[in-house]
Design a protein around this ligand. Structure first.
Ligand code: SF4
Length: 312
């Protein structure tokens, strides 16, 4: 058994969870959170036990209540609705997502048509669409690029959903450059380091394993990408929300298992998965790949702890 490294929580997820915890400490329960703070049911359930209340829309939140926006970011409309309701908001949007918003706005303000490489319906994409003025075209495949209708092909800019990374967008970017030779791209420093590192770790692991298990929520974009990358490397790959989803038959005739976790999956889920494996195979040997060191940390939201909750 080989454990991928790095795996699991990234700096943006740590920051978002700590933001809710600090808000609960500072203001007491309930603290409202718009959307799952990160896409993981275990994280959500643990915070619910402490008094966080998760909602999908701000109109479900009592007037004036303390409210955290999730790591995925929100649209300008959501920000305006929250202000109208007098909510004491704390924005846990990952700073790397905020940079995508800023870059998209810069393109739009300089007269460029903005293309967002991402998946329609994902919370981050919905937030980004609502942060950029004017029309934004979302593309998820090379075929989507072929059908784009752009008023001025010489003034186009693209940004990328953070959980896709350069590895799985390279074909789409190549197709965009072929169709729009003057297209401007997102600054590569804005590509999410955590997504890139977790995907690279799976690619490095792939040559040494017969099957890959990814621990992560089924609605977690980056976890799904890790499973897809395993498959693309020719390794049968499974995404599990937790150890209860494992099926022993996946490992028939297998000599080496690879295990990783999406950026929103807590390490306890990896430990529970290992415990299930050990229950099945007591002689299991677990090695952790050396991997790339991550020392990225993001400051907590600045407004977070000077706020006084308004009366609800
Ligand atoms: Fe931020 Fe990247 Fe983590 Fe998403 S995966 S929360 S963009 S650090």
């Amino acid at each position: 058994m080989l454990l991928a490294n790095p795996r699991g929580f990234c700096a943006g997820v740590h920051r978002a969870i700590e933001t809710v915890e600090r808000a609960l400490d500072a203001f007491g329960a309930p603290v409202y959170v718009r959307h799952e703070i990160v896409h993981n049911q275990r994280v959500v359930a643990d915070l619910e036990k402490r008094g966080a209340v998760f909602v999908e829309e701000v109109d479900e939140i009592p007037l004036g209540a303390v409210t955290v926006f999730s790591a995925h970011g929100v649209s300008k409309r959501v920000e305006a609705d929250a202000e109208t309701r007098g909510l004491a908001t704390i924005d846990a949007t990952c700073p790397l997502v905020s940079r995508v918003h800023t870059q998209g706005r810069r393109f739009a303000q300089s007269g460029h048509t903005v293309i967002l490489i991402g998946h329609v319906g994902h919370a981050e994409v919905e937030g980004t669409l609502g942060q950029i003025p004017g029309p934004v075209h979302v593309v998820a495949t090379v075929d989507d690029v072929k059908t784009l209708q752009i008023p001025d092909p010489d003034r186009v800019g693209y940004v990328i959903q953070t959980t896709l990374s350069v590895i799985d967008t390279s074909d789409i970017i190549a197709a965009l450059k072929a169709r729009f030779p003057l297209i401007k791209g997102q600054d590569t420093r804005d590509i999410c380091y955590a997504t890139h590192n977790r995907q690279s770790a799976v690619i490095e692991l792939a040559g040494q394993i017969d099957v890959l298990v990814v621990v992560g929520a089924y609605n977690s974009s980056n976890s799904n990408r890790l499973r897809e990358i395993g498959e693309a490397q020719g390794v049968p790959s499974y995404l599990i929300a937790d150890a209860s989803a494992l099926q022993k038959s996946w490992f028939d005739g297998v000599r080496a298992i690879g295990l990783t976790a999406g950026a929103s999956a807590p390490e306890v889920l990896v430990e529970e998965t290992l415990a299930q494996f050990r229950q099945w195979w007591s002689e299991l040997v677990v090695d952790e790949v050396a991997g790339r060191l991550e020392d990225v940390q993001f400051k907590l939201p600045t407004m977070a702890f000077g706020l006084s909750p308004k009366a609800g």
